[in-house]
Design a protein around this ligand. Structure first.
Ligand SMILES: [Zn+2]
Length: 329
């Protein structure tokens, strides 16, 4: 019996990091989470220090590498990470972290890693064409079409949070005004609820949810309106891309009972009519471990892809260097 190949997958979010060590069959052998200061002077050094003990803990099996999901995208022209939500611009995350950890590192958009999880292990398994829409600190999307993730011509496909809604709208962290995220992210919902007097000036997302749970009509209206805006946008995406299903996920789904009516009503009203009854909608309960597992899967699948990218070759080489290593599939 050989030793199964492992990978470490990490979801990087503002203030928080969630990781797993996983087998290819989706079994997570270990999970970990830690506070993470993305605004630190050297955030990659901090990331490396947080990951080093988990890398060192794997001594009985080939560790192929580390996969990272970040709330941004990897520019396919430069290989650099653009993650405005973290304040990271033109950051050489992959190469720098790979040097610090002395391991192959792959980086992808975090919603792409979630979609990889869904397709391999989750609600996306029955589908070759689906959309993943995520709600929370930001608003994101991933497109799986013909069984493959679509990253677009520059690596930035699925930046749903920056869909333009109103050029005169609230300022967005991307530098523009009135993006979808400025109406439907967690912080946008809280801002609207504070302005409407539905919650106090120091309230956060959990306070807004509690107000809506207790029946506060102003709080419930904030969610309904945001749900309707998201539903209209999802209807547009579905009309263009014709998915078999829309999967809604992320921390924002904790308030799904309040978002659902607005979302589903607007989705049905806005979608190309012949598709209305043909597109399934599933809500996947929030769990950051799934995103991290998808990030690990990027690494575990790499030896079997045709991708000739240098870090993919390095992962293949590590697998080949362990005689008797087995990759369960
Ligand atoms: Zn924006």
């Amino acid at each position: 019996m050989g030793r199964a190949a492992h990978a470490i997958g990490v979801k990087v979010a503002a203030g928080r990091l969630t990781g797993v060590r996983a087998d290819l069959d989706g079994t997570h052998l270990q999970t970990f989470s830690a506070p993470f200061d993305e605004t630190a002077v050297n955030p990659f050094g901090a990331l490396s220090e947080l990951l080093a003990p988990h890398v060192a803990a794997v001594d009985d099996a080939p560790l192929l590498g580390v996969g990272l999901g970040v709330p941004g995208f990897v520019d396919s022209r430069t290989g650099l990470v653009e993650a405005p939500l973290l304040g990271w611009r033109h950051m050489p995350l992959r190469d720098y972290l790979s040097q610090l950890l002395d391991l192959p590192v792959l980086v992808d958009n975090d919603v792409n890693t979630l979609a990889a999880y869904e397709h391999l292990y989750g609600l996306g398994r029955p589908y070759d064409d689906f959309l993943t829409i995520t709600l929370g600190q930001g608003v994101g999307a991933a497109v799986v079409s013909g069984g493959d993730l679509r990253r677009g011509g520059h690596g930035a496909a699925g930046e749903l949070g920056h869909l333009p809604i109103d050029p005169e709208g609230p300022a967005c962290h991307c530098g523009r005004r009135g993006c979808l995220e400025t109406y439907a992210s967690d912080s946008a919902l809280v801002r609207q609820a504070r302005a409407a007097g539905a919650v106090g000036p120091d309230a956060g997302p959990a306070d807004l949810r509690a107000a809506a749970d207790s029946g506060h009509p102003g709080a419930q209206e904030v969610y309904r309106a945001a749900g309707a805006r998201l539903g209209t946008v999802a209807a547009g995406l579905a009309t263009v891309l014709d998915p078999q299903a829309i999967l809604v996920s992320g921390e924002g789904t904790l308030a799904w009972t309040h978002l659902a009516d607005g979302f589903l009503t607007a989705l049905r009203a806005g979608m190309f009519p012949p598709l209305v009854d043909a597109v399934n909608v599933h809500v996947d309960p929030w769990d950051d471990t799934k995103w991290a597992l998808g990030a690990a899967a990027l690494v575990l699948r790499a030896p079997f892809t045709m991708n000739a990218e240098p870090h993919t070759d390095a992962i293949r080489a590590r697998l080949a260097a362990f005689p008797g290593a087995e990759v369960t599939q």
